[in-house]
Design a protein around this ligand. Structure first.
Ligand SMILES: [Zn+2]
Length: 229
């Protein structure tokens, strides 16, 4: 069972700071989009089992993003709602939690008309839609096993491998620590040893699965210019 709690002040502040200061959300800020933060926790049952409070299609998720419908907006509710798994939040680092809030906020996208202006609803509030993920994975191991290279599972894996030349540097990239560095958009330093080891493992995995990957894009120059955010 899921119970709902008041969000901690640090989370409210983090959300407000992201909306006000992160350039990714400048269009939302400019349009005056309002975001409610909701806090979900798992409730322990009598056997001491504590379920994950948030699920999507049967899988645990750490946060969700929802649009408020017209009726809710007419009652004065905020334009959209971010719900966070408070149990996972407590176990995660501040940066990981900030990344989660960034992810959920990034789902909200303004609806813009042909004239470039933000559309408004019957309450006069900015219209929003949900932005889809860049990648989504829906895998059945049994299908991949049965159909091998002919399965969509296998073909999707190849697509990820092809993209990995660009993605791996992001995974092994240390973000700048100080506010000043972050504000200046300074390129992040890459942990080259960790990246090298990961690329080695990845190449072996690709060889084992008979997948050809072009690693040219994963060269030193690319790594040094890798930037997140
Ligand atoms: Zn998402």
């Amino acid at each position: 069972m899921t119970i709902y709690d008041k969000p901690p002040q640090e989370a409210e502040t983090m959300l407000a700071d992201l909306l006000n200061e992160c350039e990714d959300f400048a269009p939302l800020k400019e349009a005056g989009v309002t975001v409610e933060l909701s806090w979900a926790r798992g409730k322990e049952d009598k056997d001491g089992y504590k379920p994950h409070p948030l699920k999507s299609r049967g899988h645990q998720v750490y946060g969700t993003a929802k649009l408020t419908n017209l009726q809710g907006r007419s009652l004065g509710q905020k334009d959209c709602v971010v719900t966070v798994d408070g149990d996972h939040w407590d176990e995660s680092s501040q940066r990981t939690n900030e990344a989660l809030l960034h992810h959920e906020l990034y789902h909200f996208e303004l609806v813009v008309g042909d004239d470039g202006a933000v559309e408004t609803d019957d309450c006069g509030r900015p219209k929003l839609k949900l932005r889809h993920h860049d990648f989504e994975f829906g895998w059945f191991l049994q299908t991949a096993r049965r159909y091998g290279a002919d399965s969509n599972e296998s073909q999707q894996f190849k697509q990820v491998c092809d993209a990995a030349g660009n993605l791996l540097p992001l995974v092994f990239t240390e973000p700048p620590k100080g506010d000043e560095e972050r504000a200046s958009g300074q390129a992040f330093a890459t942990d080259t040893a960790a990246l090298g080891a990961a690329v080695g493992k990845f190449k072996k995995l690709c060889r084992d699965h008979d997948v050809t990957v072009e690693f040219a894009k994963c060269g030193q120059a690319e790594r040094e210019s890798a930037k997140v955010g």
